[in-house]
Design a protein around this ligand. Sequence first.
Ligand code: OKP
Ligand code: ZN
Length: 345
Amino acid sequence: MDIIFSRDQLKHRPGQELSDGKFIDAVEIPARAEMVLDAVTKAGIGTVSEPDTIDRAQLERVHDGDYLSFLDGFWKRWTEIEGRSHEALPLCWAVRSFRSDKIPAAIDGLLSYYCFDAGTPIGAGTWSAAITSAATAATAANRVIAGASSAFGLCRPPGHHAGRDLYGGYCFLNNAAIAAEEVLATGASKVTILDVDYHHGNGTQAIFYDRADVQFISIHADPATEYPHFLGYADECGHGGGQGATLNIPLPFGTDWPAYSTALDHALGEIDKFAPDVLIVSLGLDTYKADPISNFKLDTPDFLTLGAALARINRPTVFLLEGGYAVDVLGTNCANVLQGYLDEA
Ligand code: OKP
Ligand code: ZN
């Protein structure tokens, strides 16, 4: 299986994030990617190659142009015009009685406008890493389009929380959505994005909510009890032409493999019915029992079983890394999914 990665993706180095009401050391750190790279290489999953460059048109299939320009120019403005050198977080958001149709002029207002949480700092290398992560996803998609039966985009930062003009949840560009549009641009008619990250992929869902050509299925912690809190309930099924093309399977704290496996079987049955040309897996490994910010109970061997189950879909498959913060075991868990897939494929 081709593995795509660039060391430019290590340039995003967040220091601190707000979590449970206090600042903690950021968990979405460069070491995550290095651990995954090391493990997939040692496991013999495949050879690693650099992503192709990604152009603005590929990004604009998913993202708003003003949003992209904001992110692209942010660090220069923050440092050279505002005279700040610390990483940036927003302070207030346009909730309920606030207007959401006004785009502020001030940089702090813009941060609040384009961001939805206080856990996703922007620093000097953030844009470079994010755009390279998106390029990694697009390149992995292109390997499958070119005929490979599978590919792994070692994306970092992750993407599934990022919306058309919204970042948060450690995500800036929606890697899976960019990969899906890449596939559709080559003439494929249907793509499924299966999101197995512990957290609901609110960005991916929102981007494709009214679309019939992209099926979005997510198995995640119940938003009533877990981040991102405001999307991912079972009654969200798509809208308009996309009615029925979104499936959310929220699960309670403490979910272990037997219960997870039942949810997965449900998801796989729906994918079979949809019969996509390509399957994209938003591969979060934060369902692991010792993940520092999560509350499911999957164990390391369960990830082999997960990979094998995905192979039985029997479709060209693009794996894209999302979350997973138990850094020491993250690489092994990720390699297990890919190994389980290859053994079964
Ligand atoms: C990103 B991905 C709760 C802190 C939550 C944000 C989590 C973002 C997860 N104590 N912080 O889906 O893995
Ligand atoms: Zn997650």
